[in-house]
Design a protein around this ligand. Structure first.
Ligand code: A2P
Length: 274
């Protein structure tokens, strides 16, 4: 599988398996299945409440630890320097892993004004070798700029919602201008974008599925992509993207599908702890 080299030299598999909404009891089985299907990158979060199952799945897979790239994320209630250090340790012990590959601030929670301080905690975890890379998620304008103004370590990735009907092109350009890689979550628009005629026409022409077309669009545009599926068969299909290429005309046709259709949370109002 193709990998991308992050701004600190760490290599990350370009397709990851996102386990948002995978129930805790299924996380172990699905993680094992994804790794058996060929995934080498699993994306979880404290907020998904399935870290234990993911950790068990990574261990049960029989793969060497260094062959699997594991991301988790700091939950909103745990922002602040000391809280973040404690929350990291709690995530690490739920996953039961010695180190985490990538640790992200899940949401900026701008109302609390704690994300710069929280970032210092992530910088310490990185300096101490507890994590191989650190990054942010959902830091739309102006939060990414504000973070960069005080950060010593430039985030390695920015994980945001990106799919054909919600591309966040300006945020992607701003992010990349700082050498930060984009990780696309809800890359299929939670399944809704698979219905687009533009996508299905390309899929028919290339004799692949609509999901493969959208995933290939992300890959060819240089994003790390985190498709989800509760089906082991579809997980395997989503990884099978090597045997075809989209033309530049296909890529730009997909880019005309932008409609501002956000499916995820509005970060301005989302779950701000008291
Ligand atoms: P399912 O879990 O039944 O496979 P996103 O990654 O953008 O959040 O999209 C996830 C949605 O897309 C889920 O509803 C998932 O359904 C569906 N999905 C994922 N992969 C495929 C695929 N290869 N074919 C059809 N639907 C898919």
């Amino acid at each position: 599988m193709t990998s991308i080299t992050l701004n600190n030299g760490v290599s990350i598999p370009q397709i990851g398996y996102g386990v948002f909404q995978i129930p805790p009891d299924d996380a172990q089985r699905m993680t094992v299945a994804a790794l058996a299907a060929g995934y080498r990158h699993i994306d979880t979060a404290a907020g998904y409440q399935n870290e234990e199952g993911v950790g068990r799945g990574v261990r049960d897979s029989g793969l060497p630890r260094e062959d699997v790239f594991v991301t988790t994320k700091l939950w909103n209630a745990d922002q602040g320097y000391d809280n973040a250090l404690r929350a990291f340790e709690a995530s690490r012990s739920r996953l039961a892993l010695d180190y985490i590959d990538l640790y992200l601030i899940h949401f900026p929670v701008p109302q609390r004004r704690l994300y710069a301080e929280t970032w210092r905690a992530l910088e310490k975890l990185y300096a101490d070798g507890m994590v191989r890379a650190i990054g942010v998620s959902n830091f739309k304008f102006p939060y990414l700029d504000r973070l960069l103004a005080t950060a010593d370590v430039v985030p390695a990735v920015h994980q945001i919602e990106v799919h054909p009907t919600y591309q966040q092109a300006e945020l992607e350009a701003l992010t990349r201008s700082h050498g930060i890689e984009i990780e696309a979550y809800s890359p299929l628009g939670r399944g809704a974008d698979l219905e687009s005629e533009t996508i299905t026409d390309i899929a028919t022409r290339l004799d692949v599925t609509a999901a493969q077309v959208i995933i290939k669009w992300h890959l060819q545009r240089g994003r790390i992509v985190l498709p989800k599926s509760a089906s082991v068969a579809r997980l395997a299909v989503n990884l099978d993207t090597d045997g075809f290429e989209l033309t530049e005309a296909d890529l730009t046709a997909i880019e005309t599908l932008e409609q501002g259709l956000r499916t995820g949370e509005d970060i301005e109002t989302f779950d701000v702890p008291a």
